[in-house]
Design a protein around this ligand. Structure first.
Ligand code: ZN
Ligand code: ZN
Ligand code: ZN
Ligand code: ZN
Ligand code: ZN
Length: 577
């Protein structure tokens, strides 16, 4: 619907165009260094953009079957049936038909919210069907006789096979005899014995000797002795069955019978079945053929269906198909989402720009590039200055043009925000749509290069002064003290020069912008280090070359002091003797 066209008196603009214009003017007046004086309203158009919401409502009847035993208790919600599964299926089909009617009814209501029906249970079973019969695995007994012990609960001991006796469990024992503890199985022990002998004088004397003797332990023959465990019988009472000959049966835990798992020992088993009806809802957004190009962007900004639903006028659902079956049913509906688009055309420098907002809150979609058009004056200016600067060659030291261009660019707050913030502002405000990514990239490159060039050019400007200062300092130092001192003075002079360069560089940057902007502008291109290195090089290298040259040229002996000093010292020496 076209409200008006051609040139408009500003005060005649209807809402929300009046607000749009005011916000744009405020943005330009407050956030840029340009005025909004030459912005003229040319036209205002209200347009309705529509989305389609296709919804699929799927109903399903799912039969669930559970095993039951004789422990099952009836309730008012259960009913005996010969075939519970078939009954549940029948019940499910009947309830699906009802659910399908309910769904149709709900979707036919004019006031139904687009998201009031959600996926989940739609109609839970009110009646469950059951059957119980004699348990077949146990033939209704609830348990069966243990096959291991045939109902006795005890089985033959596996260790002694019922004899109650087992082989002696002393590991040294062999046929009732074990290794002797005294001779360790040798049969002999070493003993000290004294033997008498008669010496040459006829006296009887004793001599001590080590000698192997038969093991004195009672019963030890050849190192083997009667086993103390079995007392020589080589058999002991069975420890497994405590000499009973039988043990408790493992499978039946001594019960003699095993409980039936199928019927939980009740002797009866069967099944319980019911059918639940559930609903699955799916929504899909689509744009009609003739929809405005902005729809996809609005969809993205608002974050899909949920977001769009908050700003759109939503129609009642129209049925566009469906089907009914025994197990499932489906309803397809179509709704339209209508969003207002407001297009305001303004003219700036004779060029028309289309400003677009949408929705009841008047969220911004585009400023049509009018802000960028204004800001571009300054950006183009700095880009041209950079091209010129490169053309001027390496020896040029002019900084005024670049500095002025930079100051102009940074006089617009919107540029500073773009440089210093790491992410773009969202929220569909006029600021967030005022400038494009492309513009921001150009801005970053241009400011970064300009800052870089400024610092390096300033370093060039200082370089020759520092060279001369170093020259004078070294020659003076040499003439007063000597060559080594002169070298030290030269190094000091160069360091001081580099410090002075850093100081001036910071002062120059502060003339243009504050530290945050400078750092951000340079950081964006990762050029901080390279700029500093290059500038330092420009200052230090020539001065260092001059120092080296001077130290090479100037003699290391003192030119006029040395000759007079030497004899003096010799005389002093002689005088001392
Ligand atoms: Zn059973
Ligand atoms: Zn058993
Ligand atoms: Zn045993
Ligand atoms: Zn022995
Ligand atoms: Zn033994």
């Amino acid at each position: 619907m076209i409200e008006s066209s051609s040139t408009l008196g500003e005060e005649l603009l209807p809402e929300p165009f009046c607000t749009m214009r005011r916000q744009l003017v405020e943005l330009i007046d407050q956030k840029t260094r340009f005025g909004s004086a030459n912005i003229h309203t040319k036209g205002a158009v209200r347009e309705t953009a529509s989305f389609n919401l296709e919804s699929v409502y799927g109903l399903r009847s799912d039969v669930q079957v559970h095993k039951i035993s004789g422990n099952f208790r009836e309730t008012p919600h259960t009913r005996a049936a010969s075939n519970p599964t078939a009954s549940a299926q029948q019940d499910g089909a009947a309830r699906l038909r009802l659910a399908s009617q309910d769904l149709s009814l709900a979707l036919g209501r004019q006031d139904i919210a687009w998201d009031s029906l959600r996926s989940g249970a739609f109609s839970l079973a009110d009646l469950r069907f059951w059957t119980l019969a004699k348990c077949s695995p146990c033939s209704g007994a609830g348990s069966r006789t243990c096959s291991q012990c045939t109902g006795y609960g005890r089985t033959l001991c596996g260790t002694c096979r019922g004899t109650t006796q087992m082989k002696c469990d002393n590991y040294q024992c062999l046929n009732g005899r074990a290794t002797c503890w005294r001779c360790h199985g040798n049969g002999q022990v070493l003993e000290v014995v004294s033997r008498p002998y008669t010496d040459s004088n006829g006296y009887t004397q004793y001599r001590y000797e080590n000698e192997y003797q038969r093991c004195p332990e009672y019963g030890c023959f050849g190192g083997r002795i009667q086993c103390t465990r079995c007392l020589g019988r080589s058999l002991v009472s069975c420890t497994t069955c405590s000499a009973m000959g039988k043990v408790r049966c493992a499978p039946c835990f001594g019960e003699g019978s095993i409980k039936c798992g199928s019927c939980a020992a009740t002797g009866r088993s069967g099944s319980l079945a019911w059918a639940d009806v559930s609903l699955a809802v799916e929504h899909k957004l689509s744009y009609p053929q003739a929809s405005p190009k902005e729809l996809a962007t609005i969809d993205k900004i608002e974050g899909g269906i949920e977001g769009l639903a908050k700003i759109a006028r939503i129609s009642s659902p129209t049925s566009v198909g469906g089907h009914d079956g025994d197990r499932d049913a489906e309803r397809n509906t179509l709704r339209t989402f209508e969003v207002d688009l407001f297009r305001l055309t303004v003219e700036c420098d004779g060029i028309p720009f289309e400003i677009v907002t949408y929705g009841p809150q008047g969220r911004w979609l585009s400023t049509g590039g009018v802000v960028e058009h204004l800001l571009n004056h300054d950006l183009s200016n700095i880009e041209t200055a950079l091209v010129d600067a490169r053309r001027q060659g390496w020896l040029s030291r002019d900084r005024a043009t670049l500095r002025d261009a930079l100051i102009k660019v940074l006089a617009s707050e919107i540029n500073i925000v773009a440089l210093t913030s790491t992410h773009r502002a969202g929220g569909a405000t006029p600021e967030s749509v005022a400038i494009s990514e492309d513009y921001i990239n150009r801005l970053e490159n241009a400011t970064s290069n300009a800052f870089h060039l400024l610092e390096v050019r300033q370093a060039k400007d200082l370089s020759w002064r520092i060279c001369i200062a170093t020259l004078i300092a070294v020659v003076l130092g040499w003439s007063i003290w000597g060559a080594i001192e002169a070298g030290a003075i030269g190094i000091m002079s160069i360091s001081a020069g580099e410090m002075i360069r850093g100081f001036f560089a910071r002062r120059e940057m502060r003339l243009i912008a504050d530290d945050a902007v400078v750092n951000a502008g340079v950081r964006k291109r990762g050029a901080v280090k390279s700029t500093q290195l290059l500038s330092t090089g420009v200052v230090v290298t020539p001065a260092l070359l001059i120092l080296v040259a001077l130290l090479y040229i100037l003699p290391s002996d003192h030119p006029w002091d040395g000759r007079e000093a030497e004899p003096t010292s010799v005389e002093d020496l002689e005088g001392g003797e």
